[in-house]
Design a protein around this ligand. Sequence first.
Ligand code: SF4
Length: 289
Amino acid sequence: MAESKVRKAAPPKAKPAAKPRKPETRLAMVRRARRINRELAELYPYAHPELDFENPFQLLVATVLSAQTTDLRVNQTTPALFAKYPTPEDMAAANPEELEEIIRPTGFFRNKAKSLIGLSIALRDEFGGEVPGRLADLVTLPGVGRKTANVVLGNAFGVPGITVDTHFGRLARRFGWTTEEDPVKVEAVVGEIFPKSEWTMLSHRVVFHGRRICHSQRPACGACPIAPLCPSYGEGETDPEKAGKLLKYELGGQPGQRLKPPGNFPGEAAARADAAAHQGKVADMAVGQ
Ligand code: SF4
């Protein structure tokens, strides 16, 4: 039989092996992490807690309500709640069904009502009707874990705290600061990277970035000013134009989550002066990358 004239296709050339990236030293990672924090501070000079509150009790209640829902939904719910139950004493004596009805829009309203009444009773009976300013005391209150306690300490008492919510944990891993999944371990690792004085604002900035650009499902990598410092660049949309359309809240031209934005959060003055410039910076990233 004649030998076939069909020539076998040459096997594809093996791609040159990618140069293994040098593992990052601890020092380099810490430097990069602190640069990320500085960049985030420039990008979000107006970063602040996104729950409306006027005193520690309101922040505590709002933070408990914020589980599994948006801060905007909580902010739409709390004015009626605080009008009816302005103090721990009032909330401790609440009729559970009436309280449930008010907080129903925030979801899981039966459990949340139980926590709110329970923590109000504890504040009334054990803490003289005041929210305590110590982590060890706060976590003894029903429905209050480390995350809630750190939110209250950092924002109502000025005690530095790292708040590891779903956004913070995800971004800390994407930034290569940690591989830990457990929020308490993430808090401990990140606490070693940054000075205490940065903890509270770092938490706000990272959460702001997670809500606006580095989303859980489709991070807008192509419109992300942190991209040159981020080992996870490419995990999301890299096309600048498509990525620009994924931006949310004020970066996407929409309102933020607060109904009553605070008048005295750190960086407020800078925020006013720089708001337009930052809008421009992100828009430039979206078209220029
Ligand atoms: S480059 Fe992508 S993964 Fe990294 S921070 Fe930005 S959006 Fe998130």
